[in-house]
Design a protein around this ligand. Structure first.
Ligand SMILES: *Cc1c(COP(=O)(O)O)cnc(C)c1O
Length: 385
């Protein structure tokens, strides 16, 4: 692990000027193949599915910012999830966060159950509930924290203890927190996963996934899967992700500052009945968030007073700066209506049991001037009064 502080690693971690030209930013090596002087006599690069210098630079950066030894970059966050699943064999069991990202849930249930993997979905607020699901076949524990959109917080170190005892791998999807705020490997995770589409890229201009590990043998297995199944990202997207990472800490500071101000503003608004934000002391995950994260992130969910679809829809349709769109983590603010958008495929009673009611709105608070963001929300919410 590099010894420098985060902001330095984000910019320099695993990076060096291009050896052939001195270029400070790694060039976009838009090539599929590499010349060999004689059979097998090459410079470490043979074919770009296996290795590409731009992707390699990104992978070294990912390892550095997560405090791991190896990074792997994929064509999307779900391709990174897929690579983790391929570590498993028929009959193996996975214990997973119940309110995980919808696409991950879909891949587990619709793709991998038919290959003989068994998934247990459970809230992970109490370690004993998770431990009670461990069997001889448990090979992986899957944690996403904070979760989407209820921002539940899971104790990573507690899950690491259970995983270790069970001889299972602990995977942590660190997309919402980012490595600036949460370092799962230091807390005992075996694999850290990212949808770099979100905060790492940070500019809503690419789709990319990542894994980071801190173990040579595990890295070897994952590199084999990456090359053998081929879901790699291209050099252009690798370049964009690397460029995004260089400002991660600066962006996150402003995301957090703005989110804290917006959460306070919403809490005091007469058209709002509840605000879900891990920075509030009455949030059920506040204490753990405070202990394992160095900040509360840029995501907020809130409920309109009537809790109706009509009112929530009215608000998100009238917001001007908070663009109504899927995704999160870009510099621009986004709004979303989980019940009809990201979580529409979950049955209504199941959805509501976990808090995703029709009146819930999710915000990815961007880094615009917070006065304008508040004014935008106030104008839309005032329509309900
Ligand atoms: C978006 C997201 C994913 C999936 O990543 P893609 O890049 O869209 O494939 C996985 N986990 C979380 C928490 C996400 O937000």
């Amino acid at each position: 692990m590099d010894s420098e502080h985060f902001g330095t690693r984000a910019i320099h971690g695993g990076q060096h000027p291009d050896p052939s030209t001195g270029a400070v930013m790694p060039p976009i090596y838009q090539t599929s193949t590499y010349a060999q002087k004689a059979p097998g006599d090459h410079q470490g690069y043979e074919y770009s599915r296996t290795q590409n210098p731009t992707r390699h630079a990104l992978e070294r950066s990912l390892a550095s910012i997560e405090g791991g030894s190896h990074g792997l970059a994929f064509g999307s966050g779900l391709a990174a999830v897929d690579a983790c699943m391929k570590l498993l064999s028929p009959g193996d069991e996975v214990i997973s966060t119940n309110d995980l990202y919808g696409g991950t849930y879909r891949q587990f249930v619709k793709v991998y159950e038919k290959y003989g993997l068994k998934f247990h979905f459970t809230p992970m607020g109490h370690a004993a509930d998770v431990a009670s699901l461990v069997s001889a076949n448990t090979k992986m524990i899957w944690v996403e924290t904070p979760t989407n959109p209820m921002l539940n917080v899971i104790d990573i170190a507690a899950m690491a203890r259970i995983a270790k005892e069970a001889g299972a791998l602990l995977v942590v999807d660190n997309t919402f927190a980012t490595p600036y705020l949460q370092q799962p490997i230091a807390l005992g995770a075996d694999i850290v996963l990212h949808s770099a589409t979100k905060y790492l890229g940070g500019h809503s201009d690419l789709v990319l996934g990542a894994l980071v590990v801190h173990d040579d043998a595990l890295a070897e297995k994952l590199y084999f899967i990456q090359n053998a199944t081929g879901a790699v990202c291209g050099p252009m997207d690798s370049f964009l992700a690397l460029r995004g990472i260089k400002t991660l800490h600066v962006r996150m500071d402003r995301h957090m500052q703005n989110a804290a101000a917006i959460a306070d503003f919403l809490k005091g608004h007469p058209a709002v009945s509840a605000v879900v934000y891990p920075g509030f002391e009455d949030h059920p995950g506040h204490a753990i968030a405070k202990a394992q994260m160095s900040g509360f992130g840029g995501m907020i969910s809130f409920r309109v007073a009537s809790d109706s679809f009509q009112d929530a829809s009215k608000v998100v349709s009238h917001l001007k700066l908070f663009t109504l769109a899927e995704s999160l983590g870009g510099v621009e603010s986004l709004s979303g209506h989980p019940a009809s958008m990201t979580h529409a495929s979950i049955p209504k009673d199941q959805r509501e049991a976990s808090g995703i009611t029709d009146g819930l709105i999710r915000l990815s608070v961007g880094i615009e001037d917070v006065r304008d963001l508040k004014a935008d929300l106030d104008a839309a919410l005032s329509l309900l009064l």
